[in-house]
Design a protein around this ligand. Structure first.
Ligand SMILES: Cc1ncc(COP(=O)(O)O)c(C=O)c1O
Length: 430
């Protein structure tokens, strides 16, 4: 068991200290209680009870080089020796911005913030400021962080007006967010026909990574691009997960469709808190102090984050991390499929480079609505049986399995040794 006596006693304290015992909800899904981590190294994490786990969660995406990559650690240490926060400019933020712009918005500009949540919040305010319009369009099942404008889901089938998915989000705010169906261009067109001249932005995860993993269907992203152009709305590509994961240029390079604004996070901070808004100079110069759309932050462009992010991208630029991570994901995904077939299970597996997820008990998954029909209980059992065998995949059917540059052939082989056994136990127990 990953969760021993020491984790249990920490968990009892945590439940007194934090709502639900945790500081981010998904962490509470590990049952019967979460394990506590002592340290990480390469592809592994070690729990306080001395259990070693192969880590396919990787902090929900940022750690594409694995834990404690030496180049990143060296860059962080070097920055620590120079001090870690100044509230003034440093050269590293320029260098990281130049890297990001090269791959996402050549000739454009960047604003560094601290989380993906802040990035999409700022991008939406920016789009509203630039267009002078109020409404935004998002997709049911896409996640863009924890702020009011995007904590909104689809209302009844007949109405595209959003309803809050969190208590505390006023209905008046939720109504400014219209909700379309992922991979369903017709649902977007319907909204745009009625409200297009009031829509400031269409925000999308180019690969849906918060409903499992669901790739865009042929023509979907291009269709969004065309609709945004036709109605004068801005297209916000939320690449907080996919940015620098699907390749240096993220999903936009991979699928050949460009957003007007890109939001990044996770990987670009090298494992430290970050959010990025990037776009053309014309759009970005609307942000304060150049323009009138407000953004500021004590920790914006944190020097340690800049150092870690820059080192991470420099390592990624060798190409090798992408090769290793994608090969690991390919082998694992093939093994999942092979075992699921041999056990006679219906399943769908979607993999895009180094992220994948399996949906059990279904035959087609092209939308978060399809994903919701998958057998979640069986998925949870599989997570639990893998955990018992020293493998940590996300406890949530609606998150991705990630691999990293540290997931070498040997590491993956170790997982393959226990995979079938875990599948069989999961099926027997569900
Ligand atoms: C696509 C996407 N956008 C935004 C966010 C929010 O990022 P953060 O958790 O850093 O606030 C996430 C987080 O998982 C995400 O997956």
């Amino acid at each position: 068991m990953a969760q021993g006596e020491r984790s249990l006693s920490l968990w009892e304290r945590a439940r007194q200290l934090f709502p639900g015992g945790v500081n981010s909800p998904v962490r509470a899904l590990v049952r019967p209680y979460p394990f506590f981590v002592e340290r990480g190294e390469g592809a592994y994490i070690y729990t306080v009870d001395g259990v070693r786990l192969v880590d396919y969660v990787l902090a929900y995406g940022p750690l594409i080089l694995g834990h404690r990559h030496p180049r990143v650690e060296e860059a962080v240490r070097a920055q620590l020796e120079r001090g870690w926060l100044f509230g003034a400019m440093g050269e590293l933020e320029l260098r990281l911005a130049e890297k990001i712009l090269r791959y996402y918005h050549p000739g454009g500009m960047v604003r560094f913030v601290n989380t993906g949540t802040e990035a999409t919040m700022t991008a939406i305010r920016l789009a509203r400021g630039v267009t002078g319009r109020r409404l935004i369009v998002k997709f049911a099942g896409c996640y863009h962080g924890a702020h009011d404008a995007v904590l909104v889901g689809a209302g009844s089938a007949a109405a595209e007006y959003g309803v809050p998915t969190s208590a505390g989000v006023p209905e008046e705010v939720a109504r400014l967010t219209l909700v379309a169906r992922y991979n369903d261009l017709e649902s977007v067109e319907r909204i745009m026909r009625r409200h297009g001249d009031e829509v400031a932005a269409i925000i999308v995860e180019p690969v849906a990574g918060n409903s499992g993993v669901i790739p865009p269907r042929e023509g979907f992203l291009r269709g969004l691009r065309e609709l945004a152009d036709r109605y004068g709305a801005l297209l916000v590509m939320d690449e907080v997960i996919t940015g620098f994961r699907l390749g240096l240029g993220g999903a936009q390079e991979r699928f050949g469709v460009r957003g007007d604004i890109t939001t990044l996070g996770k990987i670009v901070g090298g494992g430290f808190p970050i959010g990025v808004v990037a776009a053309s100079r014309e759009i970005m110069e609307n942000l304060t102090p150049a323009g009138k759309v407000f953004n500021a932050g004590t920790f914006n462009a944190h020097p340690v984050t800049m150092a870690a992010g820059l080192a991470t991208i420099e390592v990624l630029e060798t190409g090798e991390p992408y090769r290793v991570a994608a090969e690991a994901a390919r082998r694992l995904a093939e093994a999942y499929e092979d075992i699921a077939s041999r056990l006679g299970l219906d399943y769908v597996l979607h993999r895009v480079e180094s992220m994948f997820q399996i949906f059990l008990g279904v035959r087609e998954v092209w939308s978060p609505e399809d994903a919701a029909k998958a057998d979640k209980r069986l998925y949870t059992r599989l997570h639990e049986e893998l955990l018992k065998r020293g493998v940590f995949v996300t406890p949530s059917q609606l998150e991705a399995v990630f691999t990293s540059a540290a997931h070498t052939r040997e590491v993956v082989e170790e997982t393959l040794q226990v995979l079938e056994d875990a599948f069989r136990a999961a099926v027997a127990g569900s």
